[in-house]
Design a protein around this ligand. Sequence first.
Ligand SMILES: *Cc1c(COP(=O)(O)O)cnc(C)c1O
Length: 376
Amino acid sequence: MHKDTVAVAAGRPEHAHDAPVNPPVVLTSTYRGVGEVSGEDRSYARAANPTWEAFEEVLAELEEAPCPALAYASGMAAIAAVLSLVPVGGTLVVPRHSYQGTVQLARRWEDRGILTVRTVDIADTAAVLAALDGADMLWIESPTNPMLEVAELPALLAAARERGVLSCVDNTFATPLLQQPLTLGAHLVVHSATKYLSGHSDVLMGAVLCATAELRQRLHAQRTLEGAVPGPFECWLALRGLRTLAVRVERSMASAAELALRMREHPAVAGVRYPGLPGDPGHERAVAQFAGGFGSVLAVVLHDDAAAAEHLVSGLRVWTPATSLGGVESLVERRRRHPDEPRTVPENLLRLSVGIENVADLWQDLVPGLDALADR
Ligand SMILES: *Cc1c(COP(=O)(O)O)cnc(C)c1O
């Protein structure tokens, strides 16, 4: 089946007469049982919940994973779980423009002597391959946040396998509609389900997908002990959002492509980063690697300075000035307002997460502010 069908059809209760169409929100902290507890038993709600299981089944089918996903309380909880697979004293290779929480967490562990961090330009395949020497885990984001660089995913994942390096792809930006890293050799995939998967900026959740049952078993045992599990209602909301993933993403990608073209032509704009734009550094790779589109996040660098960028954002009415991405509502943010954003991200760069509003309204909202900058 196609992914848009899977998103709707998978993870439903059995097709019995009078069965509910949707899985229920199962609110329980424990499960009935007598006798010795086996690995098949739910037993206690930190280990299992039927509402998670529905979400985990749908996401696994979308990512073409051989076993169900693991739901987590947040994207960062999922990321922390995977990073803890790096052996003590081991080395982690991570893109310099990854999600900043990922880099910060790894740096904290480095400060405590738990692991060593090597940052790389993930678009530079030769540099990444060199950094894999003696490494234990390769972390990949593609496209990256907020520079929208595209990694050569098949080559990097194959190289990691050859060298016995565990690989994980944060697939939050691309979604399983654009790429399925497990099919290219990734050992693990993580998602901030807070973003596109749930899609309505009303839930915080994460997920991990594993290439093998052994990896899943290990992470499942660890999740049960560490307890970074989602609430059943949050998971139900994420599943509800997942049903409309394809229509939301198709619409927002089409608008993002249109806005990227228009922005690039505007005299106030110095440059647009969007892999769908011909001439973008990641365009050729994106054409080869992504199925069906180029995502709905773009970055715009203005000719004017950071203050002008902030002024532009504060005058918008349709766009919401806020961090985060992947929701039905369009968000815009000057990324360097976060003190931890790397200095390699321009101060006057705006990250735009395009939602599902009418693209003409999104554009019209931007025009007065851009025109005013161009006239200065
Ligand atoms: C938001 C985000 C995260 C963190 O997820 P949370 O759900 O906020 O914990 C990780 N990776 C990427 C790419 C993200 O955009």
